[in-house]
Ligand binder design. Structure first.
Ligand code: BES
Ligand code: MN
Ligand code: ZN
Length: 502
């Protein structure tokens, strides 16, 4: 989708469709909405007075202009309660407008920047949010449909129309940033939605290489022999049951600029999780193609960091393998030796994510990072605890967790802390090895976090359990049904905050 910005009055724009807005409960519109209302002989007031349009957030009403203004149609969007309006509302409203346009098979339209006028948002942030909402709302995963005739067309061009010329440069900057971020989210969503027979560790490595070349990152993918040389016994243990070769994908940005602080993102890249010998029930198992969400998000974040040219060093680590049962697969009771030297008793082959992350977290140490954040669809227990709205946050450093919570508030991607109290570590003590990979059902998200903590040594570290948030069972706001890539916007915001605080 192409995003443009333009200065002017929206009621004067010639377009198939213009998008304007109204807060809930407003009977006398102001600004552009008032001008359009007057041009249309009070049609908007009439809608409101008849009770057909309340202005509830994401509500949409379509009006025809009969030549009264140059635009053919007007889409009036509800902004909801003025007191509750924020950047996330702007994003949701923009997404609803994009979906409405697609339903009308309109592929180009002009929109005002929700929130930049009377609602008091900064024009740059509002433009970013509107662009993010528009691109994310337009998102659909259709690449495997052989018959495209019934599909709604994708948006081709959306123009933000800004009344104040003073605010235009800020709106333009925000729109550019929003496009980079939203395109990175869509990239991650595509990878997650892609089934396991299309997205293998090898194809993930190839895509990472391509994205890296386009965005200005360096990339490499270690093969199993190189992993063996490094002693990555935990990752290789999981990979044993699969015929697809495992890959350890490394993306680096600004890596030679040693004067800049380094941040490492680690993403779980299980391209399909059957549970292996501790096999999962077959019902719903198809969703386990999303078990590489952490890796996809890592790739999305790294792409954006490079395109935004953030003044820091960033590294993305994506350990990638399938988790499948086989005559050669690893088994419950096996003991694996991780790269860190710690030995791990395998209680469940379905607790594979923490094994591949163990080696990646140890590998991260070589960058002497200022912080390491990992993302993983790690535990079903996190879905029970926080549902599909909020990702679990754990970590060993209060200041780091605080900066993540701050970025969460700004980006609207919700996270909530769970405690890594030492008492829970009793549950992962092994009789035969240094640690075991399952602590049983109680506090399953926390014991997984404590397991990771043993390998995240020597740097500030945070872990995001995205098991509940990576996938949406139904469309909601700017989320389509399917992959959400929850975490891309959060971590880009986090890194932008860090870059600007330097
Ligand atoms: N990928 C799953 C976690 C998961 C479950 C994500 C449901 C999304 C939805 C992970 O590898 C797993 O199987 N975890 C086990 C751990 C247990 C065996 C200690 C779990 O949560 O049941
Ligand atoms: Mn599993
Ligand atoms: Zn898994």
């Amino acid at each position: 989708m192409e995003i443009k910005t333009q200065v002017g009055a929206i009621q004067e724009v010639a377009a198939e469709l213009i998008v304007i807005n109204l807060f809930e409960g407003v009977t006398a519109p102001t600004g552009a909405t008032a001008v359009v209302d007057r041009a249309l002989n009070g049609a908007i007031r009439e809608l409101v007075e008849a009770g057909d349009f309340t202005g509830k957030a994401e509500q949409a009403a379509l009006l025809y202009t009969h030549g009264a203004i140059p635009a053919k149609r007007v889409l009036l969007m509800g902004l909801g309660d003025r007191a509750k309006f924020n950047l996330d509302t702007a994003r949701r409203v923009a997404a609803a407008a994009a979906r409405e346009a697609r339903r009308l098979k309109v592929t180009r339209y002009c929109t005002i920047v929700h929130g930049a006028g009377g609602a008091g948002l900064l024009p740059e942030a509002a433009a970013q949010a509107v662009v993010e909402g528009t691109i994310l709302g337009d998102y659909a995963f259709t690449e495997l449909k052989s018959d495209r005739t019934g599909l709604d067309p994708r948006l081709e061009e959306v123009t933000l129309v800004q009344f104040s010329a003073d605010q235009a440069p800020a709106a333009q900057r925000g729109a550019q940033v929003g496009q980079i971020i939203a395109d990175s989210v869509c990239l991650a969503r595509d990878l997650v939605n892609r089934p396991g027979n299309y997205l293998t560790p090898t194809s993930l490595a190839e895509i990472a290489e391509q994205v890296a070349a386009e965005a200005g990152l360096t990339s490499q993918a270690l093969d199993e022999e190189q992993m063996a040389d490094l002693g990555m016994g935990a990752l290789l243990g999981v990979a044993q049951g699969s015929n697809e070769p495992a890959k350890f994908i490394i993306l680096e940005y600004n890596i030679e600029r040693r004067e800049l602080p380094a941040y490492v993102i680690v993403g779980k890249g299980i391209t399909f999780d059957s549970g292996s010998i501790s096999i999962k029930p077959s019902e719903g198992m198809e969703l386990m193609k999303d078990d590489m969400s952490g890796a996809a998000i890592t790739l999305g974040v790294m792409r954006a960091v490079a395109l935004l040219k953030l003044p820091l060093r960033a590294v993305g680590l994506m350990p990638a393998t399938e988790n499948l049962p086989d005559g050669r697969a690893y088994k419950p009771g096996d003991v694996l030796t991780s790269m860190s030297g710690l030995t791990i008793e395998v209680i469940s082959t379905d607790a594979e994510g923490r094994l591949i992350l163990a080696d990646a977290l140890h590998y991260a140490k070589r960058y002497q990072p200022k912080a390491v954040v990992d993302l993983a669809t790690l535990t079903g227990a996190c879905v029970v605890a926080l549902g599909h709205v909020t990702s679990g946050l754990m970590g060993n450093d209060a200041a780091l967790k605080q900066t993540l919570l701050q970025a969460s508030a700004t980006s609207g991607e919700k996270i909530w802390e769970l405690p890594l109290y030492e008492e829970y570590a009793e549950q992962i003590k092994s009789d035969v090895a240094d640690v075991k990979n399952s602590g049983g059902r109680p506090a399953g998200t926390i014991t997984a976090g404590l397991f990771l903590q043993k390998f995240a040594q020597g740097y500030p570290w945070a872990h995001l359990d995205i098991a509940g948030t990576a996938w949406a069972d139904k469309p909601n706001g700017y989320l389509a049904k399917g992959a959400t890539a929850h975490g891309v916007r959060l971590l880009i915001q986090w890194l932008r905050d860090l870059a600007s605080a330097q």
